[in-house]
Design a protein around this ligand. Structure first.
Ligand code: AMP
Ligand code: FES
Ligand code: ZN
Length: 317
């Protein structure tokens, strides 16, 4: 097949776009999709510094690369989760990429800076690892942004991720989550703005972007995610997409255009009821935020043991 833009031999076919692209035109296509998303959703104001949450995986490394190429002042943030070899390896890919581009990578390490790792902390707090992990990420991404003076945090959630989350939310009619499933969560009052500039690219596209630009990324999935419901939703959506290309984008982008507004007032009302956490000052609906409660449970010494010296949470390096 020939490239849709320049008629050269193509290297990738995108059935959803009913198109094929050669290498240079595919990279332009990826940048255009991100630039269009940022513009359409007013994600970044001129001059704003962006903190890109970089996991060492294909999506967030591709995102960081594209933002730098588009000229955004974008630094990376790597959060060490203490998930054995997986975390060691992920951190290495994030650091290697940063040094290859001469870009700044902020690092926060959950075990050394906060005092627990995801497997141990989740067990101590009797939480599912992915839930303890998601909560920690949200809290620590925001804290690193606020402390570092970044008004915006960008994550590498892609079209496949967002469509799978949407399917899960619709299956349960979780109206509060549906109201918050926007590609931009506004900032203010202790919150940095959260943006997802990759919602128009699927994971096949971000993987191809990395391969074609020579970006090395961690290929293994997180070992704690095995059996995770979202993997099942992704598989179901992939089967639908195979039979009917474009369904995933129609489902998720259609929701943004025609569904989200119905649920947004509920999410806005939730944000109104926030006050500072008594322990860390982050915005929360209760007295003490969920992350401080998790930290308390995860670092509490076992009954009968001598209390460990209390660690202070260090600011991101
Ligand atoms: P996940 O929640 O693993 O699907 O990751 C979604 C997005 O969160 C990634 O694309 C990254 O932007 C960000 N992210 C996940 N894990 C980390 C991490 N350990 N450090 C920094 N950012 C992360
Ligand atoms: Fe969070 Fe796996 S990356 S539990
Ligand atoms: Zn707190």
């Amino acid at each position: 097949m020939r490239c849709r833009r320049c008629r050269a031999p193509s290297v990738i076919e995108l059935r959803r776009h009913n198109a094929a692209f050669c290498r240079p035109c595919f990279l332009i296509h990826c940048r255009d999709q991100v630039a269009r998303t940022i513009e359409e959703h007013h994600m970044v104001e001129p001059g704003e510094r962006v903190l890109v949450a970089v996991s060492g995986g294909k999506d967030s490394l591709a995102l960081w690369d594209i933002l730098l190429d588009l000229g955004y002042p974008a630094d990376g943030l790597y959060l060490g989760l203490g998930i054995g070899d997986y975390s060691d390896e992920s951190g290495r890919y994030a650091r290697d990429y940063a040094s290859s581009r001469g870009a700044r990578l902020v690092e926060v390490d959950l075990p050394t800076d906060v005092g627990f790792d995801i497997p141990g902390g989740a067990a101590a707090a009797r939480r599912v690892p992915c839930s303890a992990c998601g909560l920690s990420k949200r809290h620590l991404f925001n804290r690193a942004a606020v402390e570092g003076g970044y008004p915006v945090v960008a994550t590498g959630h892609n079209l496949d991720d967002e469509a799978a989350v949407l399917l899960g939310n619709v299956l349960r009619w979780s109206t509060d989550y549906l109201g918050r499933q926007t590609p931009v969560l506004p900032g203010g009052d202790g919150f940095a703005r959260k943006i997802k500039p990759l919602i128009r690219l699927g994971e096949r596209e971000t993987a191809a972007y990395c391969v074609l630009t020579g970006i090395d990324y961690v290929v293994e999935e997180c070992p704690m995610a095995v059996g995770n419901k979202h993997l099942g939703y992704k598989a179901a959506l992939n089967a639908i997409e195979d039979a009917s290309p474009g369904s995933k984008a129609a489902f998720y982008l259609g929701f943004l255009q025609r569904g989200l507004a119905h649920f947004a007032p509920e999410a806005a009302a939730d944000r109104q009821s926030l006050s500072p956490c008594a322990s860390c000052g982050s915005p929360t609906t209760g007295d003490v935020c969920a992350f401080c409660r998790l930290t308390e449970a995860a670092t509490r010494p076992p009954q009968g043991a001598k209390p460990a010296p209390r660690r202070r949470t260090a600011p991101p390096r």
